[in-house]
Write a new protein. Structure first.
Length: 223
């Protein structure tokens, strides 16, 4: 069967990790950003990461993090990837990748064609790029706002590294998003929650099923 990889982001409880694994997701995301309702402390993230089964990639999301915070996180939490979700420069992305020896995913917000060149630039230094909806001006959170962007902006486009689609995805619209963009990886957070920061196992399962249906419809080749 064709496969599209799924990342469930903002996990805060052991049962969230279990539901993510059982549904067949490829990535589990932990948010290290105090302003987020999905924020986890280092000790909490360590317990969650250790509970993740083999094969579920553990991703740490940070926002404009300094080396001290990254040192603290990586000394305790066995992560497989770092996700940079702030205003990190191209140079900073390359620096973090070299310093820690982990794959780095850089989130880039998209609202119009003017935002597309940044995807190319970050794609040259990151291992993956997360194509997300651009946060509204003045928003407290750089992501996880449940907002989508015009998927036609990236239809048929490719970048120097693998990419993941995010922003306002739900079980109801992810199939359409896959069909319009050709995405082989998708990221969801608020779209599978019953309340901010509270993941719903039924919604996670429904999201994964919608992704599988979308993959079969497109006959997307396995990564």
């Amino acid at each position: 069967m064709s496969e599209i990889r799924v990342k469930i982001c903002g996990l805060t409880r052991p049962e969230d990790v279990a539901a993510t694994a059982e549904a067949g997701a490829s990535y589990a995301g932990f948010v290290f950003f105090p302003k987020s309702p999905r924020h986890v402390k280092v000790a909490q993230a360590r317990a969650l990461a250790l509970a993740a089964p083999v094969g579920l990639a553990k991703v740490g999301l940070v926002v404009n993090a300094g080396n001290d915070l990254l040192d603290e996180i990586l000394a305790e939490v066995p992560l497989d990837m770092l996700q940079l979700h702030g205003r990190e420069s191209v140079e900073r992305v390359a620096e973090i990748r070299a310093r820690y020896g982990l794959p780095v995913m850089k989130a880039v917000g998209v609202a119009s064609e003017e935002d597309l060149p940044a995807l190319l630039e970050y794609g040259k230094v990151a291992d993956q790029i997360l194509v997300d909806a651009k946060a509204p001006k003045g928003a407290a959170l750089p992501g996880g706002n449940g907002l989508a962007f015009d998927w036609r902006l990236i239809a048929g486009r490719r970048w120097p590294c693998p990419w993941m689609l995010a922003g306002g995805l739900t079980p109801a619209n992810v199939g359409q998003a896959i069909a319009m963009t050709g995405a082989r990886q998708v990221d969801v957070s608020s779209g599978v929650e019953s309340a901010p920061g509270v993941k719903d196992p039924a919604r996670i399962g429904a999201f994964l099923q919608a992704v599988r249906d979308g993959a079969e419809a497109l006959a997307v080749p396995r990564l």
